[in-house]
Design a protein around this ligand. Structure first.
Ligand code: M6R
Length: 590
């Protein structure tokens, strides 16, 4: 949930850490901090509540060749200067991403030994323990400490007078970067884009020791191990706004390319997937948030194309319900980051119960990728905005192809060819849809209700989540037919209903729902590609017309429309859609 960065090299560590923190900020932005060791081994710590920009000027006056930094999404203790990382104890200073689940117990024991705590964080416990375990060898002190920690951690520790960073990883991601006489350690790849030529990914239980001479990696038995080095392909240019005011808008406009790339990469992955799906008789899709909503669309693809019953569940619910899974089941775990704790752990559980796990992810080096039997690549490219846009549409494209593959269709079949036309239609939608005046209406509404049937309902859920997430305007997504079973009571002149209508056969039924809204004094918007829908209501309804396409492919364009509406509503209200309050991009804690 937080971002961590470490640097050892010949450049100014304060500058490298500052840049890394800006790049990692999307993982959390409640507070930020850094610890820099100077040439004499003295550590300076600065930390500030708020975004990295608040911290940045304080790094101007510090220099050194070794540094660690942290950008925080608060879990234990409110956002404040004192709860910000790094945390220090004696000569030791640490940054931590993850949750130490037994911290209360450890803290009581430490307090009984006379330790005083200054923050409300779980992480300060780690600093105290490393300090107590330190007998001259920083890595050994860290190794001793992690033996008693329960939970998840990506931990970096430095020690006054020791020219090194010690690292430990368990269920929170850590990558190491190898440059020219400089070494990095970070939570994820965007942090190291363009910074180093190769990277390696730590495994759970690994420890690493980074010095000016290089990096040594040890397993949990303190045996030195080699972890594959791979080329660092993350491009720094993907982090540029390229003239857009916000990443959300930039990434929304990257949707056509994301879908196109996903289709291309799927071709290469298809044979392995086809093989893995042989003999499968049950389909389960799992994910959280937007990825879960993509799974709901995917479920309909498996049902429609392969006529197999498919289930889609929220990963956090799935893992705690003692799920009934056995051999013959395939779990499609959908996750942009591949690091969402609930999704990764749900997939791990399903695998131990005998299911095949297919990672539908945008992150080739993620925890989900590593535990999966097969990867169905989502090639959306780096997504910085906390609100998912292009990754959602690319996930849908990927699941569409997974379902066709499962149904035994070749990638030259009519449906697959129709998908290749969708990037152009996404482009057309982006160019033609004007949601500005509707965004004004939504911005002033007391509630915005998204309605739809079948796949439109799945996109309605996503439209609602997106709007809430970036504009803070309350609302819900509902099946259009459910309105009259309760939600209608909420409709008045201050509410707006957004109906998604992309199925000709269901268009009349959706029109009824819109009429019900209007007759209760509500305002209505219809997003559709069905010709003539709501024609009789057109003076009372705002209609957004999208290009014609098959109903199963329509989520790729209706998503673009609702995402644009959410973006513009946030803009009208002056919200920052890239960093909505209280949120972070990857939720690596439960
Ligand atoms: O990285 P993941 O796809 O696993 O993330 C899942 C959710 O946390 C994520 O989709 C979240 O709902 C987004 N902020 C939605 O825009």
């Amino acid at each position: 949930m937080c971002g961590i960065i470490g640097y050892v090299g010949n450049k100014n560590a304060a500058e490298e850490v500052r840049e890394g923190l800006f790049r990692l900020e999307y993982r959390g932005y409640d507070s930020a901090g850094a610890a820099i060791m100077d040439e004499n081994g003295i550590i300076s710590v600065v930390k500030k509540q708020g975004k990295v920009a608040n911290l940045a000027p304080y790094l101007d006056d510090i220099s050194g060749r070794i540094g660690i930094g942290h950008t925080r999404w608060a879990t234990h203790g409110k956002p404040s200067d004192v709860n910000a990382h790094p945390h220090s104890s004696g000569k030791i200073t640490v940054v931590h991403n993850g949750i130490i689940e037994n911290y209360a117990e450890l803290k009581s024991k430490l307090e009984a030994c006379g330790e005083r705590f200054f923050s409300q964080t779980d992480s300060e416990v780690a600093a105290k323990l490393i300090n107590r375990n330190f007998k001259g060898d920083l890595l050994c002190a860290l190794a001793e400490t992690v033996k008693v920690l329960k939970g998840s951690y990506a931990l970096m520790a430095i020690c006054e007078g020791v020219s090194a960073i010690a690292v430990a990883k368990y269920r929170s991601s850590v990558i190491l970067g190898y440059g020219d006489d400089e070494y990095f350690c970070a939570s994820d790849e965007p942090a190291l884009a363009g910074k180093c030529s190769s990277i390696s990914v730590l495994e759970d239980g690994d420890l690493a020791y980074i010095t000016p001479d290089g990096i040594e990696i040890y397993d949990d038995g303190m045996q030195q191990v080699i972890r594959d080095k791979r080329a660092n392909t993350a491009a720094a240019q993907s982090l540029d706004l390229c003239g857009y005011p916000r990443y959300m808008l930039k990434e929304l406009y990257e949707t056509p390319a994301a879908v196109e790339r996903t289709v291309k990469e799927f071709n290469a992955a298809a044979p392995k997937l086809r093989e893995a799906l042989r003999g499968i008789n049950r389909i389960i899709l799992l994910g959280c948030g937007t990825a879960y909503h993509a799974g709901l669309v995917g479920k309909r693809y498996f049902e429609a194309f392969a006529r197999i019953p498919a289930e889609c569940e929220n990963a956090g619910e799935f893992r705690y319900k003692n799920p009934v899974v056995c051999e013959g089941a395939a779990v499609f775990a959908v996750s942009q980051s591949g690091e969402t704790a609930d999704t990764v752990e749900a997939a791990r559980l399903a695998r131990t119960l005998g299911a095949k796990v297919i990672a539908v992810t945008n992150a080739p080096n993620s925890a989900l990728t590593r535990l999966a039997d097969v990867v169905a690549p989502v090639a959306a490219g780096t997504e910085i905005c906390v609100a998912a846009t292009k990754s959602y549409t690319a996930q849908i494209a990927c699941l569409y192809l997974c379902a066709l593959t499962f149904a035994g269709e070749p990638l030259t079949c009519e449906r697959a060819v129709a998908l290749t036309k969708m990037p152009a239609l996404c482009e057309k939608t982006l160019a033609s849809v004007n949601t500005y005046s509707i965004a004004n209406m939504c911005a002033g509404a007391s509630g915005v209700y998204f309605l739809g049937r079948d796949v439109d309902y799945a996109v309605a859920l996503e439209g609602s989540l997106k709007l809430k997430e970036v504009s803070y305007v309350p609302g819900e997504g509902y099946p259009a037919g459910e309105l009259k079973h309760g939600t209608l009571a909420l409709i008045d002149g201050k509410t707006v209903c957004v109906a998604l209508v992309f199925d000709k056969n269901l268009a009349k039924k959706c029109e009824n729902a819109v009429e019900q809204v209007l007759s209760r004094g509500g305002r209505a918007v219809v997003i559709t590609n069905v010709v003539g829908v709501c024609a009789s209501l057109k003076d009372r309804v705002r209609i957004i017309s999208l290009p014609d396409c098959d109903k199963f492919l329509s989520p790729l364009i209706s998503a673009v429309a609702v995402q644009k509406l959410a973006y513009e509503t946030a803009a009208v209200l002056g919200r920052d859609p890239d960093k909505p309050r209280n949120l972070a991009k990857s939720v690596t804690v439960e």
